[in-house]
Write a protein that binds this ligand. Sequence first.
Ligand code: ADP
Ligand code: ADP
Length: 234
Amino acid sequence: PKIVQVRKLYKIYDMGEEKVYALRDIHLDIRKGEICCIFGPSGSGKSTLLNQLAGLEKPTRGGVKICGQIISRMDENELAAFRQKHSGFIFQSYDLLPHFSALENVALPLMFAGVPLKERNKKAARMLRRVGLQKRMSHYPNQMSGGQQQRVGIARAFINTPEVVFADEPTGNLDSKSTKEVMEMMVAFAREYDQTLILVTHDKDMAAYADHIVTLHDGEIVQEEWKKEEEILI
Ligand code: ADP
Ligand code: ADP
């Protein structure tokens, strides 16, 4: 089944005299459980596309349907509720709350979902153990390396078992060792519950982990490929 359907999607930035076509006539289907990589050079529209899929920005024209709901027609409040219920986010800059411990950061989505304190702490501790941070639960973000902070970010993104996890250059600030750890953790989590992972990157090595690869150029999809099962890592 398809979890993401994009039809005739345009995002146009009106810069006074000129119009910037950040996305032009995008047509894209992503199946449930896919690891989908969006590639392309800087300025090709990758972040803009991810933001439309994630319901963080509204398209200029066209439709985006996710988990059976047409999010391109939702207002800001509906979008916020939709994101909280269905999706997780991983950012290049980790975006952890600086005055919250690793445990508190990971537990945050459960707090928004109304889960009682004891239960969310227990679940957050379990997630942190799974990303290898059992000894870092009460550390604050500035007491952790980049790789560790992103592992906290992964634990936070997956703790609610969202249907879709969106990641924008999740390894953009990491060295090659941490990059591999972070990629393998994201993919392993997603595979475990058949969750869909959509990630934006300009790192071609990421293709090894993807089963669906979309390449953008100047706001248009110029290439799309699906890998055979035996070619996929993990
Ligand atoms: P990528 O993620 O591939 O680097 P982006 O999606 O960030 O590309 O940007 C695509 C194009 O849209 C670029 O030309 C960029 O300058 C433009 N753009 C992105 N966001 C805005 C904005 N808020 N206002 C104006 N132009 C923007
Ligand atoms: P990793 O291999 O996960 O990227 P590093 O080699 O960068 O980790 O860090 C090694 C150790 O130093 C880690 O256990 C981490 O707790 C600690 N550390 C790293 N950066 C900082 C920092 N900015 N402040 C305090 N401790 C740090």
